[in-house]
Design a protein around this ligand. Structure first.
Ligand code: GLV
Length: 315
């Protein structure tokens, strides 16, 4: 039986190795960087942020599974071999990102940062609170995760719209698409949630010109940004400028153009910014590993991999 290479570059590496091994059903696992062995025996690679060039050194590679939702790092490898590429897409990941989105939309909606500040000053001071139904939330990116998050927000009562590259239909969610639909989508959106993938078209899309198109005078009392997509989509300096001029009233950022975010970044101490360390979509290797190995077994029996990446589209 051909071997599976595991090349996970991140803090969960050990857990991934352990749980993939526990689900390998006799298939040999090779672990990057120390135990790759003779690359000629390897047919499958399970990767996360693996060094570029690694896959090109595997002559009999049949397929690659990306152990995360975002495939920008994988596709940025100029020598990624011409084999099927798939990514994990799983209800566990979808649910976790949805939790994050709901938490931060509600945090802005319920003005929790303001109440945190008041608490530190022992200030008992309620403020006007609109109902969710008066507030317009817009989700950019309507893949499996974006549409699930949009539906969850709609169930909470928000006026939810979504924007995507191509048309989508989601119950309870008004949808816009393409360049032609973007301005109308932004003009009605007070809390903007970004779950877009990184592609040449989406890089730096979250810039000052876009923020200025958001709906600032609605019930939410300002426009807010929640970016849990990719850091390269946002221009940090433009977020700071938009907060300074009042175009944005607050921002939650899970991702940054440079990760980890530099200790010098003014975003860390900005009173209107909430920062998390790219963990909105942390996934559980225990939940995913059986699914990953089952994909490989099915592929060996001639079935296509699920959630194939379209390398020309970029996700
Ligand atoms: C996390 O960022 C992922 O892409 O899964």
């Amino acid at each position: 039986m051909s071997a599976v290479l595991v090349a996970f570059n991140g803090p969960q590496a050990r857990e991934w190795h352990e749980v993939l091994a526990a689900n390998a059903k006799g298939r040999e696992l090779r672990v990057w960087p120390d135990a790759v062995g003779d690359a000629v025996d390897i047919a499958y690679a399970c990767v996360w942020l693996a060094p570029h060039g690694l896959l090109a050194r595997i002559p009999k590679l049949k397929a690659v599974i990306n152990l995360g939702a975002g495939v920008d790092h994988l596709l940025a490898d100029p020598n990624v071999p011409d084999v099927p590429l798939a990514r994990v897409a799983h209800p566990d990941l979808t649910a976790r990102v949805t939790e994050y989105v709901v938490l931060h939309v509600l945090m802005h909606h319920r003005r929790q940062r303001l109440y945190d500040t008041q608490q530190r000053g022992r200030i008992w001071q309620p403020h006007d609170q609109p109902a969710a139904g008066e507030v317009a939330v817009g989700v950019m990116g309507l893949g499996a995760i974006g549409s699930h998050a949009a539906e969850a927000l709609a169930r909470l009562g928000f006026q939810v719209a979504g924007w995507s590259r191509t048309p989508r239909d989601i119950p309870g969610v008004e949808t816009f698409h393409g360049d032609a639909g973007l301005d109308r989508f932004l003009a009605r959106t007070e809390i903007l949630v970004c779950l877009l993938p990184r592609t040449p078209d989406t890089e730096r899309i979250l810039n000052l010109a876009l923020f200025r198109k958001l709906h600032r005078n609605g019930a939410a009392g300002g426009a807010y940004l929640v970016n849990a997509g990719r850091g390269a989509l946002q221009v940090d300096a433009d977020i700071i400028a938009a907060l300074a001029e009042g175009t944005l009233a607050g921002a939650t950022l899970d991702v940054f153009p440079q990760e980890p975010l530099s200790a010098e970044s003014p975003l860390w101490s900005h009173p209107k910014v909430t920062i998390t360390p790219h963990n909105a979509g942390d996934i559980s290797p225990r939940v995913f590993a059986p699914h990953v190995m089952a994909q490989i077994e099915a592929f060996e029996r001639g079935r296509p991999l699920e959630n194939l990446i379209d390398r020309h589209r970029g996700y």
